[in-house]
Structure formats: structure tokens, C-alpha cells
Design a protein around this ligand. Structure first.
Ligand code: UD1
Ligand code: CA
Length: 459
């Protein structure tokens, strides 16, 4: 269910598209469904339907293992009405798991347990005890047996004292669900079609209703406001941080650490405060990440050190833009690695150096204030401070090749396409427009002139 408005977000963006750990709330729910090997996922949209559908259209059979069916609920007349819209998309022989697009952190193992409780012939409700159950539907039992869910607004004082609430998540046989949905009405305090009314029908039809009660509130918490979104984000990050620390990763402060994707760490990785990891990041053994780094889509080799304030912004693994940093490399502080940077072992990239779509072989160094774009740099090259590859002529990008053991002086402009021959040296301040021979010293700059005994003009 993802048709609700989310008024309290006070945002133009539909609520379920707000990001938690870099992924839309609804995407979390769909990804969890993928872990259940769902036959299909039906997303019920309403508010911002076009935008929501567009945002999810990337989850196809190829990536998620199922096709997403979208059904529209317009207007929104309650959760029962929402599920009614999905009926044509639900095969009779299936089990239906009802999830909310704004409850992102339910775990697949919890849902597996719920599905097992349903067993294909019962109605299984995911429930939890809340010290303050205000606003939620209460689980009304007679003895142990569940009789009904009563919404807060419809509940008597005695029912409001019940602390066991319905999470909004259930597993139910499709054929039963369909039969019950047609019996819903909206004669209640909110004038809505309540999905929760099907519990009464199950009881009346002699279908067992089982409550699967969990203790972890995080798994059933919904997002209604920016405050709740931030709280869930922190809780999620803490969960990831604890998992990593249990594997041996040293986090300077688990409260100042963010993963928006996946972070895989070998032994003895340490990460200082305020780092953000995006996409798929793989850190080799003994990698150290300094404070305040933003690191996305990169594989970093063993023993490499990323000094503070470094920004690594790769594209997805498998794409041309994915970034590689070799073993023992030293990067930063204040370095910027852009898509397609492939750095070999023991490469050094220093402060204010930008590398884009360039390969640097083992031991190459660019330590200060430099730009390497569309370049192929050989082993042991030393690339001087302030030097740049002029790779763009205003229409096309061109390649610069710097062969092994070249020394590029400071403040050089290498106008691509151009090749600097192996072992060559380029004098500081040169603008190189033609290929240079191996082993040569190439200088391309105005000759120095000194005029003796020069007298400066006087006022
Ligand atoms: C619902 C349950 C309540 C439960 C609570 C848990 C009903 C009647 N009540 O409360 O027992 O304790 O969830 O959070 O089901 N939605 C639609 N279309 C609609 C209405 C809602 O798609 O017409 C979606 C919302 O976007 C949301 C979900 O359904 O994702 C739940 O809606 P919400 O209004 O938060 O649930 P409540 O009715 O408050
Ligand atoms: Ca709610």
C-alpha cells in the first residue's frame, strides 16, 4: 500500500519516495518482498502515482525476480479499499502479504515467520506490544483467541487499554481475502473501508486468526514525518554499524557513520568519523579511511589509506565508471576521484588532485593540485603540482598517454591527444601540444629573459 498522502512530511515528493539509507522507503519494502521470493508484487498507488510508478519501474523481473504490477487507488477510501484495487492482480491460489510502503525496516525473516504462521489457510497478523498504543488498531482477544482488530478511533476505553497492536502487516490466503474484501463497509468512526475488519469475517467463517508477535519496534515503525524519518535512518545506520563492528571493523564513532548501499570490509579496516558510503563499496584488509570522506562505488585494495575529506564518486560495479584503488595507495587529503579512476598499487594522489576516467599504473604519483582526465599513466610517473591534461576541446574528449617513468614538472598543460614518451621529462610550465620522444627533456614555454640593471618606473 503506497497510496496515502503523507501530509505530515510537508513535501512535494510522495512520502514513500523519501530516502532512507539512500533508497526510497517503498524500494526497501519491494526489496524485502524480493527476499521472500514473491511471485509478484502489486504496488497500490494514489497520491503522486505517476512519480511513484516511475521511481520503481527499475525493479523488473531481471533485477528483482518479479514484475511489479501497479494498481491505482483513486480516491483513497481506506486500507480495505486499497487492497480491493489489487484483487484482479492476485491469483486465487496464492498467499498475500500486505505491507505498507512507509514501513521500511521489516526483516525478511520476520515475514517468513508470518507466512509460516499463515500456512496457506489461516489469517496471520504481525503484532507488537506498545507502551503507548495511541492511534493503532488494537488486537482484541477472547482468552488467547484473536477476535478482532479495533481501530483506535472506534475503540472503547477498555479496548484502548490493550497494548497489543496491529502492525499493518498480515499474511492471508488470496481466495479468502477476496471473499472478505467484498463484505467490507465504511460504517465506522473514520468512514473508511478498513482492511482490519476482515479479522471479524475470519472469525465468523471459522478461519483461525493467529497473531505473530514480535518485540523489535523498528520493524513495524512507519514514517509519517521528517522527525520519524531521521529516527529510522539513525536506527538503521546503528544496525549496520553494529554488524560491521561485530565483524571486526573499527568505527571511531558508530553514531557518525552512514552507509547508503552496501559496505564490505576485510579484516582490520578502520573508519574515522563522518564518513558516508554510497552504492557498493569494498574495502580490503587494513584499509584506513580518514574523517569526513564521501565514498561511492569503489573497490579499495589492502593497506590503502584514504586521508580526510576525500571524495570518491564511482559508478556501479561492472560499469566503466566504477573506481578501483590499488593496494597500498595513498589518497588525499582533499582528493577527488571521479568515475573511471583506476589506480594501481601504491599510487599516491594528494591534496586537491582530481582524477577522472584515467588509469594510473603502479607507483604513479600526483601529489598536489592537479587534474588527470582521460589519461593513461605509466608506472612510477611523477606528475607535478599544478599540471593538467587539457582533455576537452569544447566538443570532444581526447586521451593523454604518459608512459612509464615520465616526470612531468609543475604547472604543465598537456594538450590532448598527446603522448609523453617513456622516461621523458617535461619542464615546468610547459604547454605540450605534440608527442614527445622517449628519454627526452621537453620544454615548451617562453624563454627566460633578464634585462640587467632594470629601473622600475617612479611616480
Ligand atoms: C492502519 C491499521 C491499523 C494499524 C496501523 C499500523 C487499518 C484500518 N488500520 O492504520 O490497525 O495499527 O495501520 O500503522 O488498516 N493507504 C492506502 N490507501 C488508503 C489508506 C491508506 O494506500 O486509502 C496506505 C497508506 O499509504 C499507508 C498504509 O496504507 O502506507 C497504512 O495507512 P495509514 O493511514 O497509515 O494506516 P491507519 O489507517 O492509520
Ligand atoms: Ca498510520
Amino acid at each position: 500500500m503506497a497510496a496515502g498522502k503523507g501530509t505530515r512530511m510537508k513535501s512535494k515528493l510522495p512520502k514513500v519516495l523519501h530516502l532512507l539509507a539512500g533508497r526510497a522507503l517503498l524500494q526497501h519494502v519491494v526489496d524485502t518482498a524480493a527476499e521472500l521470493s514473491a511471485r509478484r508484487v502489486v504496488v497500490i498507488t494514489g497520491h503522486g502515482a505517476t512519480e511513484v510508478e516511475a521511481a520503481l519501474s527499475g525493479s523488473t523481473k531481471a533485477t528483482a525476480g518479479f514484475d511489479i504490477d501497479f494498481v491505482r487507488q483513486e480516491p483513497q477510501l481506506g486500507t480495505g479499499h486499497a487492497v480491493q484495487q489489487a484483487v484482479p492482480a492476485l491469483p486465487d491460489d496464492g498467499m498475500v502479504v500486505v505491507l505498507s510502503g512507509d514501513v521500511p525496516l521489516t526483516r525478511a525473516d520476520t515475514l517468513h515467520a508470518l507466512i509460516a504462521a499463515c500456512g496457506g489457510n489461516k489469517l496471520a497478523l504481525l503484532t507488537i506490544d506498545f507502551a503507548d498504543p495511541t492511534g493503532y488498531g488494537r488486537i482484541v482477544r477472547q482468552g488467547e483467541v484473536v477476535q478482532a482488530i479495533v481501530e483506535h478511533k472506534d475503540a472503547t476505553e477498555a479496548q484502548r487499554a490493550i497494548t497489543e497492536i496491529y502492525s499493518g502487516i498480515m499474511a492471508v490466503p488470496a481466495a479468502r481475502l477476496k471473499a472478505w474484501l467484498v463484505r467490507l463497509d465504511n460504517k465506522n468512526a473514520q468512514g473508511e473501508y478498513y482492511l482490519t475488519d476482515i479479522v471479524k469475517f475470519a472469525v465468523a467463517d471459522g478461519v483461525p486468526v493467529v497473531a505473530h508477535k514480535i518485540a523489535d519496534a523498528l520493524q513495524v515503525e512507519g514514517v509519517n514525518s521528517p522527525v520519524q524519518l531521521a529516527a529510522l535512518e539513525r536506527a538503521y545506520q546503528k544496525r549496520i554499524a553494529l554488524q560491521l563492528m561485530e565483524q571486526g571493523v573499527r568505527l571511531a564513532d558508530p553514531a557518525r557513520f552512514d552507509v547508503r548501499g552496501s559496505l564490505q570490509c576485510a579484516q582490520d579496516v578502520s573508519i574515522d568519523v563522518n564518513c558516508v558510503f554510497e552504492g557498493q563499496v569494498v574495502l580490503g584488509e587494513g584499509v584506513r579511511i580518514g574523517a569526513n570522506c564521501v565514498i561511492s562505488n569503489v573497490t579499495i585494495g589492502a593497506g590503502a589509506v584514504i586521508h580526510p575529506f576525500t571524495h570518491i564518486e564511482g559508478d556501479k560495479p561492472g560499469s566503466k565508471g566504477h573506481i578501483e584503488v590499488g593496494a597500498g595507495a595513498l589518497i588525499g587529503p582533499f582528493a577527488r576521484l571521479r568515475p573511471g579512476a583506476k589506480l594501481g598499487d601504491e599510487v599516491h594522489i594528494g591534496n586537491f588532485v582530481e582524477v577522472k576516467n584515467s588509469t594510473l599504473a603502479k607507483g604513479a604519483k600526483a601529489n598536489h593540485l592537479a587534474y588527470l582526465g582521460d589519461a593513461v599513466v605509466g608506472e612510477r610517473v611523477n606528475y607535478g603540482a599544478g599540471s593538467i591534461t587539457a582533455n576537452y576541446d569544447g566538443a570532444f574528449k581526447h586521451r593523454t598517454v604518459i608512459e612509464a617513468d615520465v616526470h612531468i614538472g609543475s604547472n604543465c598543460v598537456l594538450v590532448a591527444p598527446v603522448t609523453i614518451g617513456a622516461g621523458g621529462t617535461v619542464g615546468g610550465g610547459s604547454t605540450i601540444t605534440k608527442d614527445t620522444p622517449a628519454g627526452a627533456l621537453s620544454v615548451a614555454r617562453g624563454k627566460q629573459v633578464s634585462i640587467a640593471n632594470w629601473t622600475r618606473p617612479k611616480k
